[in-house]
Ligand binder design. Structure first.
Ligand code: GA4
Length: 308
């Protein structure tokens, strides 16, 4: 699980650091669009998700992960439920424990239900702003894909305990432990919030990794594979990973906004002049999801759907 890496502090782009988008300002749509093209990643501030709700969930997450393993494993049933070290079912492992929920398990937990409702609303607002930034009409072209009754969205709680394998005396960044290995997310967009422990890194177009400073009061959005396809590659599905911390534990909560299983995913016709420009074969979310769950974490899952 230990690997070597070169850490770079500042992204090479028009932005001097991770793009920050104030969603209370409609003019931010231009920065959001640029952030999706350059990074596939941005931080959202001035959002409407209540901080009380977030604290309740933070508290419940910490309580859950401190339960004895025998109690945690009672929440089971692949792909949902509690998991330790194993990620997916193709042999990936990380210095992490996790809890994964579908919409149907969510109804059991009030705080979770409230939280996901609120995050879903913010996600739709962000997607509408993004669509506007692209000059696409109607505004709900993307948001409608993740707002219906049958959408296939997932909520995940990740816990990265402090890792004693990390050598604190090594300051050149060459001794790291992977909490969650590099990957892109298959859905449309992912919305992450974490406690005050950093660890998340994103991959830049030149292949280098940059660390995302933690900010418990903000949300981090990442473009996922299906949105890359819908925008015909204009927006980048960002490769990301999480490094374990030697002293502090990290707790993150991620909402993966996915479409309904029968939703057809293909480049939007308004973004291409003719069919020849389309970079991807059309697929349904169900087809993509099936191929995803049989892949390894770091695989390029879109490759089989690229036009030859
Ligand atoms: C990555 C994004 C989400 O965390 C997730 C992950 C899923 C899992 O943990 O079961 C996968 C991974 C994710 C993509 C490839 C497959 C499936 C682990 C894995 C090795 C819940 C998702 O939807 O896809």
């Amino acid at each position: 699980m230990t690997v070597s890496s070169k850490l770079v502090e500042v992204p090479k782009s028009g932005f001097s650091s991770i793009p920050v988008i104030d969603i209370s300002d409609p003019e931010s749509k231009h920065d959001m669009e640029k952030a999706c093209e350059d990074f596939g990643f941005f931080k959202v501030i001035n959002h409407s998700v209540s901080s009380e709700l977030v604290s309740v969930l933070d508290h419940e997450a910490v309580e859950f992960f401190s339960l004895p393993t025998s109690q945690k494993t009672q929440v089971a049933g692949y792909p949902f439920g509690y998991g330790k070290r194993a990620i997916g079912r193709s042999g990936d492992v990380g210095w992490s424990t996790l809890l994964l929920f579908s919409h149907s398990t969510l109804v059991l937990e009030n705080a979770l239900l409230e939280y996901t409702k609120s995050v879903r609303k913010m996600t739709c607002d962000v997607l509408e702003m993004m669509t506007d930034g692209l000059g696409i009409k109607p505004r709900n072209t993307h948001s409608k894909l993740v707002s219906g009754e049958n959408t296939d969205s997932i909520f995940r709680l990740n816990h990265y305990p402090p890792c004693p394998l990390i050598n604190n005396n090594n300051t050149n960044g060459s001794n790291i432990v992977i909490g969650f290995g590099e990957h892109t997310d298959p859905q449309i967009i992912s919305v992450l919030r974490s406690n005050n422990t950093c660890g998340l890194q994103i991959n830049l177009s030149d292949g280098s990794w940059i660390s995302v400073p933690s900010d418990p009061s903000s949300f981090f959005f990442n473009v996922s594979d299906s949105l890359q396809v819908l925008t015909n590659g204009r927006f980048k599905s960002v490769k990301h990973r999480v490094l374990a911390n030697s002293r502090k534990s990290r707790v993150s909560m991620i909402y993966f906004a996915g479409p309904s299983l029968t939703q057809r995913i293909a480049p939007l016709t308004c973004l291409i002049d003719n069919e020849d420009e389309s970079l991807y074969e059309e697929f349904t979310w169900s087809e993509y999801k099936n191929s995803t769950y049989n892949s390894r974490l770091s695989d390029n899952r879109l490759q089989p759907f690229e036009k030859k």
